[in-house]
Ligand binder design. Structure first.
Ligand SMILES: NC(=O)c1ccc[n+]([C@@H]2O[C@H](COP(=O)([O-])OP(=O)(O)OC[C@H]3O[C@@H](n4cnc5c(N)ncnc54)[C@H](OP(=O)(O)O)[C@@H]3O)[C@@H](O)[C@H]2O)c1
Length: 321
């Protein structure tokens, strides 16, 4: 089959379309024929462990796939060849990928395959962050980076859960687009003082819960605007190191900070309660996805450059075939 692999090199990584062996579904696995691939910031990352001095071998990136079930391994009873499916996988940039049935989902009725491919990683990440924080109706949730995939999803889910939603972004225009998705107000972290603005928007109380995808200085500014009993779920942090914070400072205010990984949380949701809820919200229009552009997968490099250069609001999807 054809797949796109990242080849790692000191002077720049390269994406190459190559022939690789087609995976076989083992017992308890579903083989998916790819129709569309959702693109995530995580696809751009390297996993090389510099400390071990090892060159990372070429790798097929990609976490989101939409397509058709091609075949199933032994013990898989809930999927049949021909079923339309979306899934969280480990190597999505390929004509076929294998998935754990717990991480495979029936797409919302009436949704295009390309829209469906944009859903799994970002909507599940936001959903599990709110579960972890036990976000309650009426609480104020701050969803950073309105234009990120996770931000676009998080604003809508938090609103659907009954929270008062605030957001942030790197420009006034992107903050405004966050408001159009359901945030009540937002902060432009390129030009405004994040802590002061958030305290101003909450009458000095601070925010109850934060979904942080940005990290760095924005994380620190947010922590200073956290309410008594506030919770921060951090899932990203591509903008740099977070400052050290004192556990005792958090404890005094009944606050906590936790890191969350969607590949840890989603398999625990064996009855797929999260998807049952979100799928119905997609079907009633309470949630929608925002795919800025659908691009052939032969142009994967252009897609990744768009994302790396902050040129996307919401998602980009690659079409296969
Ligand atoms: N732990 C997990 O399970 C999990 C799951 C999904 C995602 N993540 C992580 O969450 C983060 C967001 O993922 P995503 O796919 O939603 O990202 P994305 O769509 O690429 O969006 C990232 C956004 O971050 C904002 N940003 C702020 N400062 C930036 C900077 N210095 N460089 C680049 N972007 C900057 C940009 O918006 P502005 O231009 O408006 O600032 C950009 O749109 C990533 O770190 C990703 O790895 C983690």
């Amino acid at each position: 089959m054809k797949a796109i692999r990242i080849h790692f090199a000191e002077d720049g990584d390269e994406l190459r379309m190559e022939e690789v062996p087609q995976p076989e579904p083992k017992a308890g696995e579903v083989l998916i024929k790819t129709q569309a691939i959702g693109v995530n910031r995580a696809d751009l990352g390297r996993r090389r462990t510099a400390s071990e001095g090892q060159q990372e071998p070429p790798r097929i990136p990609g976490l989101d796939v939409a397509g058709v079930v091609e075949s199933v391994g032994a013990d898989v009873t809930n999927w049949r060849p021909g079923d339309q499916v979306i899934a969280l996988v480990r190597s999505a940039y390929a004509e076929y990928s294998v998935a754990d049935p717990v991480l495979t989902y029936r797409p919302p009725e009436g949704m295009s395959t390309t829209d469906a491919a944009s859903l799994p990683c970002v909507f599940f990440t936001a959903w599990y962050a709110f579960q972890m924080a036990e976000l309650k109706p009426g609480e104020t949730a701050l969803i950073h980076a309105a234009g990120s995939g996770v931000g676009m999803a998080g604003i809508q889910i938090a609103k659907a859960l009954g929270a008062r939603v605030l957001t942030s972004a790197g420009s006034d225009e992107r903050v405004e687009r966050g408001r159009q998705l359901g945030a009540e107000a937002g902060v432009n972290y390129s030009t405004q003082n994040v802590t002061e603005t958030l305290l101003g928007l909450t009458d000095g109380r601070g925010v109850d819960m934060v979904l942080d995808t940005v990290g760095g200085a924005i994380f620190d500014a947010t922590l200073a605007a956290l309410a008594q009993g506030g919770r921060v779920v951090t899932v990203g942090g591509h903008t740099g190191q977070r400052a050290q914070y004192e556990d005792q400072d958090l404890a005094r205010k009944g606050q906590w900070v936790r890191a969350m990984g969607v590949f840890n949380e989603a398999p625990v949701d064996v009855d797929q309660r999260g998807w049952t809820q979100m799928k119905s919200w997609f079907e009633t229009g309470e949630l929608r996805t925002l795919v800025q552009e659908v691009i052939p997968w032969t142009e994967a490099k252009r897609v990744q450059d768009l994302l790396a250069n902050r040129g996307v609001f919401g998602k980009v999807v690659m079409e296969v075939g």
